[in-house]
Design a protein around this ligand. Structure first.
Ligand code: TXA
Ligand code: MG
Length: 316
């Protein structure tokens, strides 16, 4: 069994495996990542193979701190400000790639930019400190499927393909990091995620534009078929059909569904985000022929939750 609790011993073994070009799945505060040494093109190629990614979308590189990030990306004043405000934490910054910095081409998909993130999770921090390597790590799911928020999800997705799956418990946020591009010019929101837009705007002192999905933007991953359960979703549902499983939110959930999960009975959006992927997995496995999803407000983390739900509904 590749799943091991994230003890000091397991982390040392995981760091060794990464240095040898093997893959290690590890917890972060957002979702579990499938990590490879970002300096090793062969190891990174295996990430794409294992995930069965149809395209070489660029990957997020995880580093221990801002100083390490500076070896790979070029920080302007705005990038530094956001990094200082939110790292370690659920923010990824897409920055100009430092030339000759050794990051494998496959990581950046030859874009000339790099996505960097300093995760907050203690096991991720310990692994980065021990490995002393930048780790390219997409979410540890097969392509087009829901991101894993526990070690058992990773095992269900990837089996024993990674050399090890470090178990650091359920992910606190349960949604991927927010991705902001700062590549000369105004910062742009490339992916909604665990860090609410409002928090970023408060630090910037102004609003941030969201990249248009159909524009020829520099984030091909945006167009990826993502977050997809097999069962069709019905969003904004206020009624129930007999065949439905119910994904509920808040205190006024309709009664009588065969299977029902409430993301947050009190209507707390952070709690809802952290349960979203696990709930979708569970309802998807329930045998219902449809999943009715109650309306979810779109302020704060609700914006990212609705984004994920819309992708899941569209993906079929
Ligand atoms: O929360 C997270 O960010 C998780 C955990 C494991 O850290 N990682 C994750 O990675 O979600 P992944 O590979 O599933 O998503 C990477 C996202 C994609 O939307 C991709 O297009 C964007 O980051 N990205 C990466 N490098 C980029 C670049 N150079 N330019 C634009 N977008 C980039
Ligand atoms: Mg992903």
């Amino acid at each position: 069994m590749p799943v091991r609790p994230a003890t000091e011993e397991a982390i040392a073994a995981a760091a060794q495996a990464l240095a040898e070009g093997d893959l290690v799945a590890f917890p972060t505060e957002t979702v579990y990542g499938l990590g490879a040494n970002a300096l090793d093109g062969h190891a990174v190629a295996r990430v794409f193979a294992v995930k069965e990614r149809p395209r070489f979308n660029p990957l997020i590189v995880h580093v221990a701190n801002l100083e390490a990030a500076g070896s790979y990306g070029v920080f302007d004043a705005t990038a530094r400000k956001l990094a200082e405000a939110f790292w370690p934490g659920p923010l990824s910054l897409v920055l100009p790639l430092r030339p000759e910095c050794g990051i494998a081409d496959l990581v950046t998909a030859g874009l000339g930019t790099i996505a960097l993130r300093v995760p907050h999770h203690a096991a991720a921090q310990a692994l980065l400190a021990e490995a002393k390597l930048p780790l390219a790590a997409p979410s540890a799911n097969r392509s087009g499927r829901i991101s894993p928020t526990s070690a058992s999800h990773v095992e269900a997705e990837l089996g024993d393909t990674p050399a090890m799956i470090l178990d650091g418990g359920p992910c606190k946020h349960g949604l991927e990091s927010t991705v902001v591009g700062i590549v000369g010019g105004e910062p742009i929101l490339l992916r909604l995620g665990s860090l609410p837009r409002e928090a970023i705007e408060a630090v910037l002192g102004h609003s941030i534009a969201r990249a248009e999905e159909d524009a020829a933007i520099s984030s091909p991953g945006q167009l990826e078929r993502h977050y997809a359960p097999e069962t069709p979703l019905r969003l904004g549902a206020t009624d129930l059909r007999e065949v439905d499983a119910l994904l509920a939110f808040g205190p006024d959930a309709p009664q009588g569904a065969r299977t029902s999960i409430n993301l947050s009975p009190t209507g707390n959006l952070e709690e809802a985000a952290s349960h979203l992927f696990a709930a979708l997995r569970e309802l998807d496995a329930s045998g219902a022929s449809g999943i009715a999803v109650m309306p979810i407000p779109s302020h704060g983390l609700g914006e990212a939750i609705n984004d994920r739900l819309q992708r899941a509904a569209k993906a079929r």
